[in-house]
Design a protein around this ligand. Structure first.
Ligand SMILES: Nc1ncnc2c1ncn2[C@@H]1O[C@H](COP(=O)(O)OP(=O)(O)O)[C@@H](O)[C@H]1O
Ligand SMILES: [Mg+2]
Length: 336
């Protein structure tokens, strides 16, 4: 079964052809990062316009590189939630038009389920149930992956998402958008105990996260040092910040896995490209005797191959949409 998949939830216009869920025949990503960088973050109106301008070319290239015409495609999968509403609408309406014109089935896919499914492309032997830490620009979830299409969110952030926190701290340290990767690189130089940073406590659900207090602590260190004319050890602060975020994400995921009896853990989302997080999770899983699954860096950030993969499992589960499919800005994984 060949699926043409489309992703436009934020600032990447992406399309892919995926066969039988895990074989990626093509994956095209048009990134708008260079344009949003000058504003220090994604400008939703610009994002929607660029998706409109690029989506036809990106889909044509995915079909061509997949050595596939529409006649050889069996279904169309598209990200319909969550994300920037204007951006999502471009992909959803394009996919709906293509489905109406071709008569091909339309499969609505949840963006976070897509991120999780990136692990099946990288590790075809991985099967649910397992526990997944999803960390991206907009989300920080601990998810029980009960089946290929059933999820239970047991932990989420109370304020900033991990990626959002990386980006905001990076901006305060003078790194360009998106900052996560720059913090990662600086952390390879800096000493990760240079600064003593708070690990915000969360009351209520023990698996929920909070990152805004940590972000504020870094901002205060920067502002106080500037006022006193003290030079900041930028790499040391970046490394200390990254270590604190990774310790929070890893410790909560491991204690959730122990409490719920999971022996398999996966990582997903843009932040799972972070080398500190990958190493810390690897070390923790080794000492806790857990199996760890991580996507390659190329599949961590937004892409359509992951949407094609999840679309395959959604289709097998009988999921499809008609022409009244709408885009939804916020939708829990449990209600997808
Ligand atoms: N190496 C890295 N270290 C930390 N964060 C990273 C790294 N690479 C990407 N990120 C972060 O991942 C986020 C993007 O996640 P992604 O899933 O692609 O987007 P979205 O949140 O729009 O779905 C950004 O906040 C970015 O800074
Ligand atoms: Mg994403």
């Amino acid at each position: 079964m060949k699926i043409l998949a489309i992703e436009s939830s934020c600032d990447e216009t992406a399309a892919a052809v995926v066969e039988d869920g895990t074989t990626v025949l093509s994956s095209i990503i048009h990134s708008q990062i260079a344009e949003h960088k000058q504003f220090g973050g994604v400008v939703p109106e610009i994002a929607s316009r660029r998706h409109c301008e690029n989506i036809l070319d990106v889909v044509k290239r995915a079909l061509a590189e997949g050595d596939c015409s529409l006649e050889k495609i069996d279904a169309i999968a598209v990200t319909y939630a969550p994300g920037l509403i204007g951006a999502l609408l471009v992909g959803v309406n394009f996919a709906k038009g293509l489905s109406l014109a071709s008569g091909l089935p339309l499969i609505p896919v949840h963006h976070i389920a897509g991120h999780i499914a990136a692990n099946y492309i990288a590790h075809p032997t991985l099967e649910p149930p397992y526990l997944c830490l999803v960390a991206s620009g907009g989300h920080s979830h601990i998810v029980e992956v009960l089946s290929y299409t059933k999820f239970k969110v047991i932990g989420r952030t109370r304020d900033d998402a991990a990626g959002e926190c990386f980006d905001k701290v990076a901006r305060v340290l003078g790194f360009p958008y998106p900052g996560g990767m720059h913090i990662d690189n600086a952390s390879k130089i800096g000493y990760n105990l240079s600064y003593n940073l708070p690990s915000p406590k969360v009351t209520g659900s023990e698996f929920d996260f909070s990152f805004s207090g940590l972000k504020t602590a870094v901002i205060n260190i920067v502002h106080n040092s500037e006022q006193k004319g003290i030079e900041i050890d930028k790499n040391g602060l970046a490394a200390s910040f990254q270590k604190t975020v990774c310790d929070i994400l890893v410790s909560k995921t491991i204690s959730a896995a122990n409490m719920l009896g999971y022996s398999k853990i996966a990582l997903a989302g843009g932040v799972s490209a972070n080398s500190g997080l990958r190493q810390a999770m690897e070390d923790a899983c080794k000492s806790e005797n857990k199996e760890l699954y991580i996507p390659p860096v190329s599949l961590c950030g937004d892409n359509a191959a992951m949407i094609g993969c999840q679309g395959y499992y959604d289709f097998l589960a009988g999921k499809s949409a008609t022409s009244d499919l709408n885009a939804i800005a916020t939708l829990s994984l449990e209600n997808m």
